[in-house]
Design a protein around this ligand. Structure first.
Ligand SMILES: [Zn+2]
Length: 235
């Protein structure tokens, strides 16, 4: 028997019976996920493991680089943009997570020649181009690029009217994450300091524009990309 078929049978006979009632109520009552998770397609990023989520909790869209296309749709057909609209307007999620990660092939590709044949990939990577640095790619530069890309996507999310409106009303929070695979730890973006902090040292699960902070007024959302730059000493 082929391996994949074996796994399908295992799910049906061993896993499903243990969770059958949960799946049943998700069918009867419908899904009500509270989080839209936009993550890189990388196989080493496992959203359910990271967040301890089960069925019905995460509305997930994954793509190369965890990128958010512009709202205007000029780039063509976009499953990611459609997922954002659906999550905001129909599911009414209260959180959006953008999750990049260490050793991201998409971010590395910003510094490399992409084969001409991969014309969709080339165009897609333009959505992160601004995060690339005018330097030789080193492990540190790559890490910095990965984090900058996450912040860029948070900013682009704010161009979606249904995101902006609900973020400004404090109905939705944005969370920028950088998952460090080798450490097994997510670093979360803090909009007040422009830094990514290990979850073990952070007091929140990431903040974006208009996140209420105990002491400060919310920063101008336009400045968050610059704040992360300031930390690293400019572009
Ligand atoms: Zn990646």
């Amino acid at each position: 028997m082929d391996d994949l078929l074996q796994r399908l049978r295992h799910f049906h006979t061993d896993f499903f019976p243990q969770h059958q009632s949960r799946f049943q109520s998700l069918v009867t009552d419908g899904q009500h996920p509270t989080t839209l998770f936009i993550g890189c397609s990388d196989s080493r990023l496992v959203p359910y493991l990271l967040t301890g989520a089960g069925p019905g909790e995460l509305f997930i869209v994954r793509n190369v680089g965890a990128l958010v296309p512009p709202y205007d749709g000029l780039h063509g057909l976009h499953g990611t943009a459609a997922a954002i609209e659906f999550a905001m307007l129909n599911l009414k999620v209260s959180r959006i997570v953008v999750c990049g990660h260490s050793h991201c092939g998409a971010m590395k590709a910003l510094y490399e020649e992409v084969p001409a044949e991969a014309k969709n990939l080339r165009a897609w990577l333009d959505l992160a181009r601004e995060a690339a640095l005018p330097v030789q790619v080193t492990p540190e530069a790559l890490c910095r690029t990965e984090q900058r890309a996450v912040v860029l996507q948070l900013e682009r999310l704010m161009d979606y009217p249904m995101v902006r409106e609900r973020v400004e009303k404090r109905e939705v929070t944005l969370h920028g994450w950088h998952y460090v695979i080798e450490d097994g730890e997510v670093h979360v973006f803090d909009v007040q300091t422009g830094q990514f902090l290990p979850a073990s040292q952070s007091e929140h699960s990431g903040t974006g524009p208009y996140q209420d902070a105990p002491q400060d007024a919310p920063p101008d959302e336009q400045s968050i990309f610059n704040e992360i730059d300031a930390r690293w000493g400019g572009r």
